[in-house]
Design a protein around this ligand. Structure first.
Ligand SMILES: NC(=O)c1ccc[n+]([C@@H]2O[C@H](COP(=O)([O-])OP(=O)(O)OC[C@H]3O[C@@H](n4cnc5c(N)ncnc54)[C@H](O)[C@@H]3O)[C@@H](O)[C@H]2O)c1
Length: 337
């Protein structure tokens, strides 16, 4: 049985992927410093899967600790990182330190332990302002903030390692906008403080934790004036990692967009959430947010063709599952403490 080493595996996307890995017969080691997650997520993954997970609390910048923990693993799925675009603008060093330096230390540890396969969480934010739609993997790269730049720097670092060392295999997955939760409502996204992303914001308004949603701009050149994004159910995203893992061989470098290929506006999300959950979401239109692009959605044909993967869940599932998670866990994972 293969052991997969999952950095950031207690986090939002990591926890859903770990669950699928266990259900698919892999052994999993989670390595996470819990800076943006809770041990409770790991306990719930174990409960849902009926299997145990080895959890190692540690920082990816601690090379020796990672190298030790990596022993016996056949591949790394690397989710660990910080991800708030706004914070990356005000505190770029945190992003270059945690994401870029952290991944370099992880790569050194992989070299020491002779683990040569990695799936890396990249982001659609590296494309910057779309020059054409849908965005395919050949689209020019032009990140507009330090977070996006940290991801692109890492893609380049991985490419350089691949080009100069035989036997490495990298799968780079550029996620669009993951939302939703496991249908059980047991694991989901648990942001600290005021959420940066739309769906957690909506669910917190729906539950009365926040009084209204702020919609940034209704004067974009889109059908209803609000921003359009490619939202993907986190379970579909998790399945994409499994397909990628199956494809990693002893010498490969692949990049795939993971999205649905469809764009939805902020108002469409609000309306769908209200309809499927029978809840009213009060909102106000405020001015555009600096750095937001009007429209972004993926061309996902490469992942469909080469990974045999496509997103199966629709917007209604995303909204229902996100709300079930919020209802069952009004204070996120702290609800069960
Ligand atoms: N959620 C999104 O919208 C999105 C979109 C595109 C890409 N990504 C990328 O996907 C990955 C996972 O995102 P997520 O939404 O699950 O985020 P998350 O914050 O829920 O998960 C990240 C996990 O990494 C851990 N971590 C952070 N820094 C660490 C370090 N130095 N050492 C060890 N552990 C560390 C955190 O404690 C957390 O459990 C990130 O790399 C993120 O940049 C996310």
């Amino acid at each position: 049985m293969k052991t997969i080493f999952v950095t950031g595996g207690a986090g939002y996307i990591g926890s859903h992927t770990v669950l699928l890995l266990l259900e698919s017969g892999y052994r999993v080691k989670i390595y996470d410093n819990l800076s943006n997650s809770h041990l409770e997520a790991v306990k719930r993954i174990e409960r849902l899967s009926g299997k145990s997970v080895e959890f190692i609390e540690g920082d990816i910048r601690d090379t020796d600790r990672v190298a030790n923990a990596l022993q016996g693993s056949s591949a790394v799925i690397h989710f660990a990182g910080v991800k708030a675009v706004g914070e990356s603008v005000s505190n770029p060093l945190k992003y270059y330190d945690n994401n870029v330096l952290g991944t370099i230390e992880l790569l050194k540890a992989m070299k020491q332990s002779e683990v040569k396969k990695m799936i890396f969480s990249s982001s659609a934010s590296i494309y910057g302002n779309p020059q054409y739609l849908p965005i395919d993997e050949q689209h020019p790269i032009n990140p507009t903030n330090p977070y996006g730049r940290s991801k692109f720097m890492l893609e380049q670092i991985l490419r350089d390692i691949y080009d100069t060392n035989r036997g490495y295999s990298f799968g780079i997955l550029r996620y669009f906008n993951p939302i939703g939760a496991h249908p059980s409502g047991e694991i989901g996204e648990d942001p600290q403080g005021i959420p940066n992303n739309l769906l957690p914001f909506i669910t917190q308004v729906a539950s009365g934790k926040l009084d209204k949603l702020r919609v940034f701009g209704n004067d974009y050149d889109t059908p209803d004036g609000t921003g359009v994004r490619d939202y993907i159910h986190v379970m579909d995203l998790a399945e994409g990692h499994l397909r990628m893992l199956e494809k990693l061989d002893d010498n490969s470098f692949d990049i795939y967009n993971l999205g649905t290929g469809r764009g939805y506006s902020v108002l469409q999300i609000i309306k769908t959430f209200e309809k499927v959950n029978g809840i009213n979401i009060p909102y106000e239109i405020v001015s555009r947010r600096a750095g937001d692009v009007p429209v972004s959605y993926a061309d996902v044909s490469k992942a469909q063709k080469e990974l045999g993967w496509r997103a199966k869940r629709g917007l209604e599932d995303m909204c229902k599952d996100a709300w079930r998670w919020q209802l069952k866990n009004p204070k996120g994972y702290r609800s069960s403490m």
